[in-house]
Design a protein around this ligand. Structure first.
Ligand SMILES: [Zn+2]
Length: 327
């Protein structure tokens, strides 16, 4: 079954095997596949990519081992898995991921895991309230844009980028804690007290973000790929994205023109780009409308410095500047 998963990006594959080699040193292969819930053993939790990894680490503290399938610095959309990653998944007690075709191969592999592996799809937890993938292009003719992915049969119908909303992330925190407590009831008190701490940090992030963005001269957020819908929706902003839900989808010149026109009529003075993307498209749109460019992290992979909370805060500060928000 490993043959289904092709390594498309050799660099990613290399990084992946390097990190696996490192992590393999600590835990020598005892192939007691299910006996790892024995007393004393910490549960092993595999997460799909950075924001879920960070959340799970907060819940775990020292009481569980947490790893991520997406190698540091890699773009998580359309991640491919090698045989070792599949093995890591099969050996996990809990797997935390995002469905809705955000990472189609990861999702497929996780759906095929034996029932003994407890799974949490963060997009299916109670209270998550998903938003639809909407047409981000400025025009609304009904012809098809470059929406089709060459190598994924079907996109999910919901936007997967929920992690940029600290309120929805509180629901995810709860679900992660419940899954971990279910596989290790002896540590349930630790997990639930860690969940409470995480929820309160997320709530305070939400409060400070809302306050900073309450009073802005402009409310249109012009960005690279369409990662900021939940964030924009939470704080009363409108997202105008240059590309679609996946960063690989390049707009044609006509779409680029209409995005520039929409950005201009919204009075945008800053076009944001992400660390995962070349800023060429952002620069093109910015030049077209006489705007500046600035960085806005979609937090799709582990930041070089800081963590989820500090990067979310930096994003807000950059928006305060670009949208001219007053205290
Ligand atoms: Zn994305």
């Amino acid at each position: 079954m490993g043959s289904v998963f092709v390594r498309r990006h050799s660099v990613v594959g290399l990084l992946l095997s390097m990190s696996l080699a490192v992590s393999a040193c600590g835990s020598e292969a005892n192939s007691a596949s299910e006996a790892d819930t024995a007393a004393g053993d910490r549960p092993s939790v595999v997460t799909a990519f950075y924001p879920l990894q960070w959340m799970t680490e907060q819940v775990a503290g020292e009481a569980a081992s947490v790893t991520s399938l997406t190698p540091k610095g890699s773009e998580p959309h359309d991640l491919t898995l090698d045989a070792k990653s599949l093995e890591r998944l099969r050996d996990a007690d809990v797997v935390i991921y995002l469905g809705e075709e955000f990472q189609p191969e990861v999702q497929k592999a996780i759906e095929q895991l034996p029932a003994s592996v407890r799974r949490v799809d963060a997009l299916k937890v109670p209270g998550i309230d998903l938003l639809d993938v909407a047409n981000t292009e400025a025009d609304d003719h009904d012809h098809e844009h470059a929406h089709e992915h060459e190598d994924s049969e079907e996109h999910g119908t919901h936007d997967p980028h929920v992690w940029l909303d600290p309120v929805r992330m509180q629901a995810v925190a709860k679900a992660i804690g419940e899954a971990m407590s279910a596989v290790d009831s002896a540590r349930a008190t630790t997990f639930s007290s860690n969940v409470a701490g995480l929820e309160s940090r997320l709530a305070s992030l939400n409060g400070s973000t809302a306050a900073k963005l309450a009073n802005c001269q402009r409310r249109t957020l012009v960005t690279g790929h369409a990662a900021f819908r939940y964030f924009a929706n939470r704080y009363g902003l409108t997202q105008l994205s240059i590309t679609g839900i996946s960063p690989d989808e390049d707009p044609d010149p006509k779409s680029l023109q209409s995005i520039a026109a929409a950005a201009k009529s919204a009075g945008a003075t800053t076009v944001y780009f992400e660390d995962a993307l070349p800023s060429k498209l952002a620069e093109t749109v910015a030049r077209e409308i006489g705007a500046e460019t600035d960085l806005l992290s979609a937090l799709e992979f582990q930041p070089e410095a800081g963590d989820y909370l500090t990067v979310m805060d930096q994003n807000t500060d950059r928006l305060v500047k670009g949208l001219s928000c007053a205290p």
